[in-house]
Design a protein around this ligand. Structure first.
Ligand SMILES: Cc1cc2nc3c(=O)[nH]c(=O)nc-3n(C[C@H](O)[C@H](O)[C@H](O)COP(=O)(O)O)c2cc1C
Length: 363
């Protein structure tokens, strides 16, 4: 579609600025349960080019729980100073107006800049309670959920969805049209069916086709592993933004690499440096990032919670790193930052460590 356009042209063509005029860098972290919390966002901010502004998610938040929680104090809803300088758009799971209304009210008090409705979660519980991807089986109800959020939000409402419960394109486009008519301002497409979960590969053609059919901005998502993939997705699909999940846990500096290609400033504190760009330098940076991530987990979370989050992060991030399983095992026994740091120091002093460009994305 856009073959031949340069990266600055591609960024210039993004229409996400219609929702948020401050947005100038259309590359987004994906909402991921257990991962897209304040500690991961802080890590990614360390690698964000200075001056870049984009949307950041929370973990998926259940609208039936938020009204009974101290929003802003639970680990899932903690917000940092740097979150407030970006566009924090929490992701909400829900299907009932009273819960959605109360959840949005509480979240907006934290300074959030929009609400993203989850229509992609394929776990059995979501299907049973008719939220997440289950909403994709009922177009009218899904559209009414968007309408509930729009009526109760001061900020843009977006939807993250899959291609549906089955591969029926006509149904899918009509479904999306219903969301647009209800006031959704952008859609993020993870082009897999519900049954695929995260298996198989994401079909980027479906992002291009959706982009050609609906009038609102489309964010593409799925299987980006290196920064060049993000550029290729924009080029091949014409999407307005690229959302990256698993790979941003392993190489949070993807945003720095993209910024470098765009001629943006380095991240703060990295003046005069180049983004890591070889398997060896990326492996070394993995150790630096891991130490920072652990620091942030212990800064924001109680110790046992921090340990669980670190364990989970390692499961998702280490498949790119050779001997990563060994690192997971060694770190699994640590209890406090000095213990973690000692293992990290020893592990990353080894020769021969490399970070692969691609894995089979098994998680
Ligand atoms: C551990 C994990 C948790 C996830 N949780 C959510 C979620 O809460 N909400 C959501 O919309 N997608 C969720 N996803 C899906 C991601 O947002 C994304 O669509 C998917 O991982 C594909 O992108 P990627 O290939 O860049 O990882 C999750 C993915 C992972 C790996």
């Amino acid at each position: 579609m856009n073959k031949g356009l340069t990266l600055p042209d591609l960024v210039g063509q993004s229409r996400l600025g219609q929702l948020w005029p401050e947005l100038n860098f259309p590359f987004l972290l994906a909402p991921m349960v257990g991962l897209s919390h304040v500690a991961l966002r802080e890590l990614i901010y360390d690698y964000l080019p200075q001056g870049a502004c984009t949307v950041f998610p929370t973990e998926m938040l259940n609208s039936r729980r938020l009204p009974y929680q101290k929003v802003g104090e639970t680990p899932e809803t903690l917000v940092s100073e740097r979150d407030r300088q970006q566009l924090l758009v929490p992701q909400l799971l829900g299907n009932e107006e009273s819960f959605i209304k109360s959840s949005i009210e509480r979240l907006e008090k934290l300074g959030t800049q929009g609400i993203d409705i989850n229509m992609g979660c394929p776990v059995a519980k979501a299907l049973k309670h008719n939220y997440g991807v289950a909403l994709m089986g009922d177009p009218e109800y899904a559209a009414s959920v968007v309408d509930m959020a729009v009526r109760n939000s001061q900020r843009p409402v977006t939807v993250k969805l899959r291609v549906g419960l089955q591969n029926d394109k006509d149904y899918f486009y009509q479904f999306c049209q219903g969301l647009v008519e209800s006031g959704a301002r952008a859609l993020t497409l993870h082009p897999r069916t519900a049954a695929q979960k995260r298996r198989g590969s994401a079909d980027w053609n479906q992002i291009r086709e959706l982009k050609e059919r609906v009038s609102i901005p489309i964010v593409g998502n799925g299987d980006v592993q290196v920064w060049q993939d993000a550029v290729r997705m924009m080029n091949e699909t014409g999407c307005d933004g690229v959302m990256i999940g698993r790979a941003l846990t392993a190489r949070p500096w993807i945003l720095w690499q993209i910024g470098e290609a765009l001629g943006l400033e380095t991240p703060l504190g990295r003046e005069g440096q180049k983004a890591p760009n070889t398997p060896e330098s990326e492996a070394k940076e993995f150790g630096v990032a891991l130490e920072s991530f652990i620091h942030y987990c212990f800064r924001y979370f109680p110790a046992p919670y921090a340990q669980r989050k670190i364990k989970f992060y390692l499961r998702v991030a280490t498949p790119w790193l050779n001997f990563g399983h060994f690192l997971c095992k060694r770190l699994g026994k640590c209890q406090n930052p000095p213990e973690y740091n000692e293992v990290i120091k020893e592990f990353f002093a080894k020769d021969g460590l490399v970070l692969a460009s691609y894995t089979n994305l098994a998680y």
